[in-house]
Design a protein. Structure first.
Ligand SMILES: C[S@@+](CC[C@H](N)C(=O)[O-])C[C@H]1O[C@@H](n2cnc3c(N)ncnc32)[C@H](O)[C@@H]1O
Length: 368
């Protein structure tokens, strides 16, 4: 933990100021990097540990037990697949589009659910003034190893629903996380409450639309079997699923999609956008994607209209909602009207979206 993080952290219980106790241990060659110690709240006197250089600010008494369990499961996934990859940059900006590198420059950023830290790295490289990368589980240990020593990157173990920060951030984002929470909307409202007056927020979540086959076919298997397997067993099982999937994507879906650019009469394949998208990664990444899907204890599938109401409840007007790979939603909004109009101007209109979508009867489908 960098000493400079101290000014931003606050008590999970009472939002009081956290003070670093004098008996802490810093790195021998850098006394601004605290690797062990205690933070004590000046108001309520509660104490929080700093272990393996990460402040541990999850209080099991207030966080959802389901979310803590989810954090444990994902930590296994990150420990199994800790690798960083240059291709994450493009993937990140595809997910958070219309957010782009320029937007991040100089901003104080909060990342909710950082996993192994791959996005905190990108945000920092784009010139953010600092990024706080938060995760509920021991994923933070993997994140710290990957990015914890980068300038301006702060890794914190915390629960999105009980964030140990004040309203300081210019931008808060969450990629692939809220749908794994017990209450995705509460997570969204909590992260939105940490941005300052003219700040912005962005989230990417699984869509309810177009995912019927995952909800009805894959998820029952995930819930009954795969989410209960030991990581080593799941690694083998997910390998066996990922191998034919990878072959299908690389050698059939991708060429088919390319052929459709020339021969317009060819029909699109089922789930083509997503399958062609993951075909660009290598096998290890596809293996990880499958592992993640099969391991998650909870997955919520969010309808577009319901997603929009999260933004309204958080006090944002007219968010930009974008259908990503025809199976998920990215939402962006800002309290700053200039940012909103510049973001809108960056997006190409996708007229196909509304006509293709059928209105689902439920706003969200929870599995797990
Ligand atoms: C699918 S991973 C995505 C991680 C990262 N955003 C990425 O794309 O690389 C979901 C992450 O969210 C974390 N998470 C789930 N619920 C959380 C919560 N309530 N608070 C903080 N992190 C949470 C998990 O521990 C896990 O690392």
């Amino acid at each position: 933990m960098k000493l400079s993080a101290l000014g931003y952290l606050s008590c999970v219980h009472c939002s009081g100021v956290l003070e670093l106790q004098p008996d802490h241990v810093a790195l021998p060659d850098d006394n601004s990097e605290v690797i062990a110690g205690t933070l004590r709240c000046r108001s309520c006197q509660r104490q929080f540990a700093i272990e393996r250089a990460v402040p541990r600010l999850v209080d099991e008494a207030v966080s959802s037990t389901t979310d803590i369990r989810t954090g444990l499961t994902f930590a296994q996934a990150w420990k199994t697949f800790p690798r960083m990859d240059e291709r994450y940059r493009r993937q990140f900006f595809d997910w958070v589009n219309p957010v782009d590198p320029d937007f991040l420059k100089g901003k104080l950023v909060l990342e909710c659910g950082c996993g192994k830290g791959r996005h905190a790295k990108i945000v920092s490289e784009c010139g953010a003034s600092a990024v706080f990368a938060v995760d509920i589980g021991e994923a933070v240990d993997v994140a710290y190893d990957n990015v914890g020593r980068l300038p301006g990157v702060h890794v914190v173990q915390a629960d999105i629903e009980n964030l140990p920060f004040n309203r300081d951030f210019d931008f808060a984002f969450s990629v692939g996380v809220l749908h794994h929470m017990e209450s995705p909307i509460k997570g969204f409202l909590s992260m939105s409450s940490k941005i300052r007056g003219d700040g912005s927020v962005c989230a990417w979540v699984y869509g309810l639309e177009n995912n019927w086959w995952i909800i009805r076919i894959i998820n029952p298997v995930r819930l009954a079997i795969t989410s209960k397997l030991k990581p080593a067993t799941l690694k083998v099982v997910s390998f066996l699923v990922a191998a034919p999937l990878f072959a299908l994507c690389r050698w059939f879906v991708l060429p088919w999609k390319a052929a459709r650019q020339k021969f317009h009469q060819l029909p699109p394949l089922f789930y083509e956008d997503y399958l062609a998208y993951i075909a660009r990664f290598d096998f290890t990444e596809v293996h990880h994607i499958v592992f993640d899907h099969l391991a998650a204890p909870v997955a919520n599938y969010v309808a577009r209209q319901y997603f929009e109401t999260w933004f309204e409840e958080a006090g944002f007007r007219q968010p930009i909602i974008r259908w990503h790979n025809r199976n998920s939603w990215t939402g962006f909004s800002s309290h700053n009207p200039e940012i909103m109009s510049s973001m809108r101007s960056k997006l190409e209109p996708d007229h196909s979206v509304r006509s293709e979508l059928q209105r689902p009867s439920n706003p969200v489908q929870r599995t797990g």
